[in-house]
Design a protein around this ligand. Sequence first.
Ligand code: ADP
Ligand code: ADP
Length: 226
Amino acid sequence: MAEITLKNIVKRYGDGYPAVNDVSLEIKDGEFMILVGPSGCGKSTLLRMIVGLEDITSGELRIGGKVVNKVAPRERNLAMVFQNYALYPHLTVFENIAFPLRLAKTPEDEVQRRVKETAELLELTDHLDRKPANLSGGQRQRVAMGRAIVREADAFLFDEPLSNLDAKLRGQMRTEISRLQRRLGVTTVYVTHDQTEAMTLGDRVAVLRKGVLQQVGSPRELYEQP
Ligand code: ADP
Ligand code: ADP
């Protein structure tokens, strides 16, 4: 687990207006932070800089106290969940979840143990032999989360993970993500443009507008102002 600290982070694409403009934010160890704002406000860019998929123009990014501006994505030990589940269609649920462990050449007995524990947590135990095509949308989303969780990453990063689901499933998955995050206590950054998610999921909400951080506070502070 790790805290994530952004100090005066700027991202410029070309010479226009910065996509992310002098953002400073401290995400505490174990905290569930929501990044919310309209389309184009810089949420994904900020998340991609944290993961390391985008260079930082200026400012300092620390994960677990260490400056990681120049650290490659694979050395950051973060797990990202995308909105398109990015599951491998030809692999079973077991192998989809096991994938990052296979890449890391984890010993087989440990792979078995960790995948089974993860599947139990996500109620996927009965589906381990299935292929993604034979799963419901919610189950597929859980497999994608399983792949993130199994790595025992220092933090979870979610990029609008529920936007492809119907309203009912979205509600269900909101509850599950919230339960799982509390149970695991892993630092989480969750990007959304959905106010309901912003109000219900996180410990704190950071509101971005045109690349500028406008407000940070608990959902209560932000949404129940007198
Ligand atoms: P959000 O995730 O909030 O929708 P983004 O981070 O995707 O916003 O985009 C923020 C701004 O940066 C937008 O104006 C977008 O057009 C611009 N942008 C994002 N990615 C690129 C890119 N690769 N090249 C140029 N501009 C980009
Ligand atoms: P390469 O140039 O060899 O593809 P990169 O530094 O671009 O290497 O990143 C690839 C590695 O970083 C992947 O093996 C993966 O483990 C990790 N990685 C990349 N993107 C993400 C992400 N969104 N979430 C978690 N890990 C990622």
